[in-house]
Design a protein around this ligand. Structure first.
Ligand code: ADP
Ligand code: ASP
Ligand code: MG
Length: 818
């Protein structure tokens, strides 16, 4: 025979309860069906009790809503079936009359004893079991309070296993004997509720206790299997509400399941495992909404199981109590006293960590037990505290405990290293940790604000190693940003399939608007979404990026904004990598640039700005590679301005100087304000960046300038600039004709030699490698110790939104490290 337990969500709606009926009626043998209260009803019963206790008249509304929900369900389920509906309605009505009287009593006398509360919550399962028993063909309702018995120990009601097992066998023997398809009986049992062995008052097995009821019955009757029917496809690698990529675990051992449940995997109530484990009865976790899915099988031993880690679970409200003292080593039996004091007070400890010096022990307890735990421990160690041998207990709140679980961990070295390394790289510090000698679990405590991030990075690194996620914030949706988003959108599926990389864009910001969502933005409609989004500014941008606190995150700057560049240090400090097309940070004050690089290095994250020089050309990366492999950069000569090169290649007898500037702007080669190119500032910034990357300390002011336009053109407004520009045309044309005669061309050349830097307009002759440089292309000649006689030459498109966006994309990909 089989015991099948259906949880709150499986009896929560008409649709789910009809699924239940189909699943149960398809069984060929007698079954025991254990049901929870309708989903959410236990919580509502408790809430209504509190309202009544506080003299709040609203208890009546809540009560009516509970009642209505049950009657609505009955009306729909039994429509046109008066023979079943009528008697059921009578039973349910009489339950509600009783329940209303109890609430009214609580309301009148302002008293809610644990006994009354237990009586109130018992109605949830009493009601649901009547509904289910009436609905199922062959359903017989059994009263679990007749056979599930508890006894009071240290203020808690715990199962009297011996008595219960005997009573269960007696109660179910007629059903167990009935074994033919025609005579099939379905015993429907309310889960959760019980009766005190001595006082006979109504008690229960604790929140989520219906699982336990089912396990007890399965064990007492030596069932062939215990099925837990719920609303997910089985036991998953992590809580699917937090980890979107969690997936079903096919098989788990009892030990693994127990560890995961103890550390918060809500899918099975922890005490459930023990009774069936002792009897070697397998547990199947199945989905009422998807019965075809095989679900999870929990049993003694798993064959051919190679996975070191099976799952991750967590407990949110953790308080860490530290028992410490300088001479604690001399105090006898500290640990025994700690644990027996806590046990006597019914406080359960789920994690212990002790330093080998033995002068401090940290204990993880649930938040709700923390105050009491501190109190009783201070009393227990009062004498030692007075003499100074120990300090008063310290409690640290606002924490969360995480456990990674797997029986094969003990055969696999390096798990702890991978665990702590992964957390460290994400900027998460571990406050306490513990690993039992059985090595089936490593548990550790972190600040609660890092819980989600910790779960995500760990899930990613232990379960999805073949499938990596990068979370991107993209700032700036102009030509480069817009192109980048388009490139990411079109590469998304290919990267996912061929590289197991998911590029999840979690934030997009323009200078005025921002959209942020940790589930990822639909890139095909981001402009519409942005248009409808609320207004944003630089402060909000910073808050959203840091506040999302998401793992593997990269901030991508496609703006030319100083305000945005000023955020990098903060982002890097929060373990967010930065990829930028914006030159301001890398060319700004040297110390700030060096600090950004140092932070990234220290945190094990990236600060990348390849597109700052030569757009998509691999210049900075090449310099880094040369240096890292022991080479030395002696000299750099380069044409680094696509705009200026375009201008000096386009200028002719037909196209005046001012006209070329206008064309450069129109074609998107120049900065939005072309003066930045013409005054040499853009080239100076690039030269500074290359010089620094080549290992020299330099500031923009150190660069010697030989410009081709008077300074007066760079003061005043942009409009003045455009109107004055043609005044230079005649002079340029005259000089151009002379140059033509000498068969030379103008190139605006940036130079670095041994750390000394300059920019100047030079006339290069036909044999110079820069002579043939076409359009807006860039060229860089690197003379190094290895490339001395024949310098290394890098040449190609040095401007343009497409290649720049591609360069940014390449930097992002290098962070994914695939
Ligand atoms: P029921 O009402 O069926 O007893 P519960 O709400 O008690 O259901 O348990 C099922 C829920 O447990 C799931 O909906 C899921 O959100 C949560 N859960 C937490 N951790 C896990 C996990 N590791 N695997 C599956 N579900 C989990
Ligand atoms: N109804 C009870 C609760 O919500 C027991 C259960 O659902 O397992 O805790
Ligand atoms: Mg449950």
């Amino acid at each position: 025979m089989k015991v099948m337990k259906f949880g709150g969500t499986s009896v929560g709606s008409v649709e789910s309860i009809q699924n239940l009926k189909r699943i149960v009626e398809a069984e060929k043998k007698p079954v025991v069906v254990v049901v929870s209260a309708l989903g959410g009803i236990t919580d509502l019963l408790l809430k209504t009790s509190r309202l009544a206790l506080n003299g709040d008249e609203h208890w009546r509304q809540e009560f009516s809503a509970i009642k209505q929900r049950h009657f609505d369900m009955i009306d729909t389920l039994f429509e046109g079936d008066e023979s079943r509906r009528e008697p059921l309605t009578q039973t349910i009505s009489s339950f509600f009359r009783e329940l209303e009287s109890i609430f009214y009593g609580v309301f009148l006398i302002h008293d809610l004893s644990p006994k009354t509360e237990a009586a109130i919550v018992s109605y949830g399962e009493r009601l649901s079991s009547h509904i289910v028993a009436t609905l199922i063909d062959g359903g017989v309702r059994m009263n679990s309070r007749d056979f599930i018995r508890t006894v009071k120990k240290q203020g808690n009601h715990v199962l009297d296993a011996e008595l219960t097992y005997r009573l269960v066998s007696e109660a179910f023997s007629p059903i167990c004997c009935c074994d033919t398809a025609t005579n099939k009986t379905v015993a429907v049992v309310p889960g959760f509720i019980a009766r005190d062995r001595d006082t006979h008052e109504t008690t229960n097995l604790g929140r989520g206790g219906s699982d336990y009821t089912a396990a007890i019955i399965a064990a007492a009757l030596d069932a062939e299997v215990l099925e837990i029917w719920t609303d997910v496809d089985g036991f998953m690698t992590a809580d699917p509400r937090v980890i979107k990529t969690a997936y079903t675990i096919n098989e788990l051992s009892y030990v693994e399941a127990m560890e995961l449940c103890n550390f918060g995997a809500k899918v099975v109530y922890p005490p459930t495992i023990y009774p069936v484990c002792v009897k070697n009865i397998p547990i199947k976790v199945k989905n009422t909404f998807n019965p075809e899915h095989p679900g999870t099988l929990i049993k003694q031993k798993i064959d051919n199981d190679k996975k070191p880690i099976k799952g991750i679970s967590s407990i949110k409200g953790t308080t860490l109590i530290t028992v410490t003292g300088l001479s604690m080593v001399g105090v006898i039996g500290v640990n025994r006293r700690i644990f027996s004091t806590l046990a006597e007070n019914g406080i359960s400890v789920f994690m212990v960590s002790q330093a080998s010096s033995e002068n401090s022990t940290s204990i993880g307890v649930r938040d709700e037990d923390a105050t009491r735990a501190v109190e009783v421990l201070n009393i227990e160690f009062a004498k030692e505290i007075v003499t100074g041998a120990m300090f008063p207990m310290q409690a640290e709140h606002g924490l969360a405990t995480i456990a990674i679980v797997g029986e094969n961990m003990k055969h696999t070295p390096g798990i702890a290293g991978k665990l702590f390394g992964t957390l460290g790289r994400s900027g998460i510090s571990v406050i306490a940790c513990a690993q039992g000698a059985s090595e089936t679990n490593i548990s550790f405590v972190v600040d609660a604000k890092y819980l989600r991030k910790s779960l995500n990075v760990l899930h990613d690194s232990f379960f999805l190693s073949e499938y990596k996620v990068l979370n991107l914030f993209i700032c700036g949706i102009g030509t480069v940003g817009g192109n980048l988003i388009e490139q990411i959108r079109s590469q998304y599926d290919t990267l996912k399939e061929t590289r197991q990389l998911k590029l999840n864009v979690v934030g997009i910001a323009s200078s005025k608007k921002g959209i942020f969502t940790r589930d990822g933005i639909d890139l095909s409609t981001y402009r519409e979404q942005l248009a409808q989004a609320e207004d944003s500014n630089i402060e909000r941008l910073k808050e959203e990026v840091i506040g999302m606190n998401i793992f593997n995150s990269v901030f991508v700057d496609c703006t030319a904004s100083a305000e945005v560049a000023a955020l990098y240090q903060d982002f890097l400090d929060h373990n967010i990598s930065v990829v930028t097309a914006n030159k301001i940070a890398a060319s700004g004050p040297y110390d700030a640039y060096a600090q950004l690089k140092k932070t990234a290095l220290k945190k094990g994250i990236k600060f990348l700005f390849e597109t700052n020089v030569g757009a998509g050309l691999p210049i900075i990366g090449t310099i880094n590679d040369l240096l890292n492999s022991g080479d030395k950069i002696l000299r750099i000569e380069a044409v680094l301005s696509g705009t200026l090169n375009f201008i000096f290649n386009t200028i002719s007898s037909d196209v005046s100087f001012s006209e070329t500037v206008r064309l450069a702007k129109e074609r998107g080669y120049s900065e939005p304000d072309p003066r930045i190119d013409l005054c040499g500032k853009d080239v100076i910034r690039k030269l500074v960046i290359l010089t620094r990357e080549a290992g020299y300390r330099v500031e923009q002011d150190d660069v010697e300038k030989h410009l081709f336009m008077p300074d007066s053109f760079f003061d005043g407004s942009l409009d003045d600039f455009w109107s004055n520009l043609p005044s230079l045309d005649a002079d340029f044309e005259m000089r151009r004709q002379e140059l033509d005669k000498e068969h030379k061309r103008w190139r605006f050349v940036a130079k670095m030699e041994g750390g000394r830097t300059s920019v100047s307009l030079e006339a290069v002759s036909q044999h110079h490698p820069f002579y043939g440089l076409e359009g807006s292309n860039n060229i860089v000649l690197l003379t190094t110790e290895r490339y001395r006689e024949y310098p290394m030459l890098i040449q190609g498109y040095g401007a343009g939104a497409g290649v720049t966006a591609a360069g940014v994309f390449a930097n992002i990909m290098s962070i994914a490290n695939i």
